[in-house]
Design a protein around this ligand. Structure first.
Ligand SMILES: O=C(O)C(=O)C[C@]1(C(=O)O)C=C[C@@H](O)C=C1
Length: 367
């Protein structure tokens, strides 16, 4: 009895301390939000209606500082995620940011949009990558989010091809650990699952798991994981592979978690917009280069990077849509356009190729 009393007393004291801390945190968050409102006034005063509220480079710096200062016990990622949301709410006070993403609701791309902009952003689903580009170009939204690398949605080439005809810039990147789950609906008879829906790439990424758990089930590839989740309604013998978020949105149950064959399965997404982003201190640049398919062409293109010791992070090639025998390379490397070494390198590259377009310099993914 005495023990129970002491425990209750200890809890009460700790909870009183937590109440006091919460009060201070609340006051500080409000003070920060008022500061952000003043930032907006300063931006408005000098921009004649064209103020840039969202500043990717500053957000990256804020989050990096949060991680550097962290003394635990929360992990760097956890603490940065909390500050991500505080900044998202502060930005919404300045201007609610509108973001188009490759939908439907529940896709990994939506998850990437929320991870990058936080919950206070207004995110709008579009059914094709071209549409996301068009919405941003038309000014109907401020930014777009599209998958680009090792994508579960299987659309990397679409994103790259869109850059050939678009003047949009890359303003940021997001990396997402991709976990697959087996989802069922309330009416599913879990002992007689004979059909499994998902995007083709997701089915491929869970092949071994499916082979051992559902070797006889028919695997049906559909346009997105969210579409797979949507199909389940009313099908008693079907399951879907999709993100946990899709279970929430479509009212489904998770039958098995993290069923991907590779535990470090991840996808990279790009933030597209019209803004040129200043250096944040840890940046990447993406360029698009068009060149004739001659012997030694790729070596010619890459040699200046090697000589200037610039780290390439990705080289991708696509056949150009115009002109026979011409290839287009997408090259990502560490560094920012404002850096004189990068500028000099690109001047050299430019003199060796048919065309060079800088798609953007942007902060490396922080979270
Ligand atoms: O520093 C700014 O420019 C701000 O607008 C403030 C702030 C923030 O909350 O820290 C908010 C939005 C921007 O994207 C970056 C930072």
């Amino acid at each position: 009895m005495a023990d129970a009393k002491t425990q209750e007393q200890a809890l009460l004291e700790l909870r009183n301390r937590i109440d006091g801390i919460d009060e201070r945190i609340g006051q500080l968050i409000s003070e920060r939000a008022r500061c952000a409102q003043e930032v907006a006034e300063v931006k408005n005063a000098s921009a004649e209606g064209r103020a840039l509220y969202y500043r990717p480079e500053r957000e990256a710096q804020v989050l990096r500082k949060v991680m550097e200062r962290n003394e635990g016990p929360l992990s760097n990622e956890e603490l940065a995620r909390l500050f991500r949301e505080i900044m998202s709410a502060c930005l919404a006070l300045e201007q609610p940011v509108k973001v188009a993403y490759l939908g439907p609701e529940g896709t990994f791309t939506q998850q990437a949009a929320l991870k990058h902009f936080g919950q206070s952003a207004v995110s709008l689903p579009f059914s094709a990558i071209d549409e996301v580009f068009r919405e941003v170009e038309a000014g109907a939204v401020n930014y777009g989010v599209v998958p680009v690398e090792n994508s579960t949605e299987g659309v990397v080439s679409h994103t790259l091809d869109n850059f050939m005809s678009s003047n949009l810039k890359i303003c940021g990147e997001v990396e997402l650990r991709v976990h697959h789950n087996l989802l069922v609906s309330d009416v599913t008879n879990v002992n007689s699952i004979s059909r499994i829906y998902s995007h083709g790439q997701s089915l491929a990424q869970c092949r071994k798991w499916l082979d051992s758990h559902y070797p006889k089930a028919e695997r049906v590839a559909v346009s997105s994981n969210a579409e797979a989740a949507r199909r389940l309604k009313g099908e008693w013998n079907a399951a879907a592979i999709a993100p946990a978020k899709a279970a929430e949105i479509y009212g489904l149950n998770i039958l098995a978690e993290k069923i991907e064959d590779q535990p470090d399965n991840s996808t990279r997404f790009l933030i597209i917009g019209t803004q040129v982003v200043p250096a944040s201190g840890h940046d990447k640049t993406s360029i698009l280069v068009a060149m004739r398919n001659q012997p030694g062409a790729l070596h010619n293109l890459l040699e200046p990077f090697h000589r200037h010791e610039i780290d390439l992070t990705r080289v991708e090639t696509r056949p150009s849509r115009t002109g026979v025998w011409t290839y287009v390379f997408f090259v990502d490397f560490n560094g920012h356009m404002d850096d004189p070494v990068i500028r000099a390198t690109l001047d050299e590259v430019s003199s060796r190729v048919a065309d060079l377009k800088v798609l953007g310099s942007y902060p490396k993914a922080v979270l």
